[in-house]
Write a protein that binds this ligand. Structure first.
Ligand code: SIN
Ligand code: FE
Length: 273
C-alpha cells in the first residue's frame, strides 16, 4: 500500500518529550538560513536554529532520538528495505505553515511531489516519517492530491528536452552532489510545474487531512502529491531507499515516468525501469 501511494497513518504514535525538550521546542526559532531546523546524519551538525548552548544541545539530542526511533519504526515495518535504506536529514519544523511567506518554488502550501535541486536521487526513493509534536495540540493539515500518474500526465506535455550541458555544468560547479539524471530533471520539472500552476492547484481534487498532535505518518513524498497548509512543531525523518529493494518497483515514479515518456530511465546502479 505504501508503495502504491498510500499515506500510512499511526493516529496514536506520539513522540514523547522530556520537560527540558518541551521548553526547547517552545523556544525554538529559525536563524533565517533555512526553512527548518535540521540535523546532518553524518556530521551531526545542526543547522537553521537560533538556539545556542545547552538549549541547542537539547535540540540535537531530541533530533538524534527521533532519527533513531524513526529508523527502528521503518526497519520494523519494512524489513525488506533494510539493505537499501539510508538515513538522511532529520528535521524539526517549528514555524506555523499558514503564516509562512516564501517564493512559489519553496511554497509547500502548494501541491507537489518532493525533488531536491542540489541532491540528485537518480531513481532512489524519498520516504519520510512525520510526527506532530505540537504541545498545544494543533493539527498539521495537508492536502493529498491525485495519483502520481495523473499528476505526471498533467504536466509532462510541456516537459523541456534533456539538457546534458546544464547537468554537466551544475555538477562541475559543485551545485549538485553528483550528476542530475534525466529522472531528476523530470522530477524537478514536475515539482516546479505543479507549484507554478495556480489554476491546477485550485481545480485539482485533493483530500483535506488533519494529522493531530501525537500522530505519526509515513509516505513516499516523491510519489504522493501533497501540500502542507497549516500546523507547527512537527518532526520529520527522511530516508533514501534504493529502488532494488522495492516490493512493487512498477509503482515507483521511475517506472511510471519511463512508461509515460516512452523511454528507459536508469537508476544510480544502472538498473533500468
Ligand atoms: C512538504 O514536504 O511539503 C512539507 C511537509 C510538512 O512540513 O508537513
Ligand atoms: Fe514536500
Amino acid at each position: 500500500m505504501l508503495e502504491g501511494g498510500a499515506v500510512l497513518l499511526f493516529s496514536a504514535l506520539p513522540f514523547l518529550l522530556t520537560n527540558a525538550e518541551t521548553s526547547v521546542v517552545c523556544a525554538a526559532g529559525l536563524d533565517g538560513s533555512a526553512k527548518n531546523i535540521s540535523l546532518d546524519p553524518v556530521t551531526h551538525q545542526c543547522k537553521g536554529s537560533s538556539l545556542t548552548g545547552a538549549e541547542l544541545e537539547t535540540m540535537i539530542g531530541l533530533l538524534k532520538r527521533f532519527a533513531s526511533c524513526a529508523t527502528t519504526l521503518v526497519e520494523g515495518l519494512f524489513p525488506a528495505y533494510a539493505e537499501g535504506l539510508s538515513c538522511a536529514r532529520t528535521s524539526f519544523r517549528p514555524v506555523e505553515i499558514a503564516d509562512r511567506r516564501t517564493s512559489w518554488r519553496q511554497d509547500d502550501k502548494r501541491l507537489h511531489v518532493d525533488a531536491f535541486p542540489s541532491r540528485p536521487m537518480q531513481g532512489r526513493r524519498i520516504l519520510r516519517v512525520f510526527t506532530n509534536i505540537d504541545p498545544d495540540g494543533a493539527p498539521r493539515r495537508w492536502r493529498i492530491g491525485p495519483t502520481f500518474e495523473a499528476y505526471a500526465q498533467q504536466f509532462l506535455p510541456s516537459l523541456p528536452r534533456a539538457n546534458p550541458g546544464k547537468t554537466w555544468l551544475l555538477e562541475h560547479l559543485g551545485l549538485t552532489k553528483g550528476r542530475r539524471s534525466r529522472y531528476d530533471e523530470i522530477m524537478l520539472f514536475l515539482h516546479d510545474a505543479a507549484k507554478r500552476d495556480l489554476d491546477w492547484q485550485r481545480g485539482t481534487p485533493a483530500d483535506d487531512v488533519k494529522f493531530g498532535s501525537g500522530c505519526t505518518w509515513i509516505v513516499f513524498t516523491d510519489q504522493v502529491p501533497h501540500a502542507a497548509i497549516a500546523g507547527r512543531n512537527a518532526l520529520e525523518q527522511t530516508f533514501y531507499i534504493d529502488p532494488a529493494v522495492l516490493a512493487r518497483p512498477e509503482t515507483a515514479p521511475l517506472a511510471i515516468l519511463g512508461r509515460l515518456c516512452g523511454t528507459v530511465m536508469t537508476t544510480s546502479k544502472g538498473l533500468t525501469a
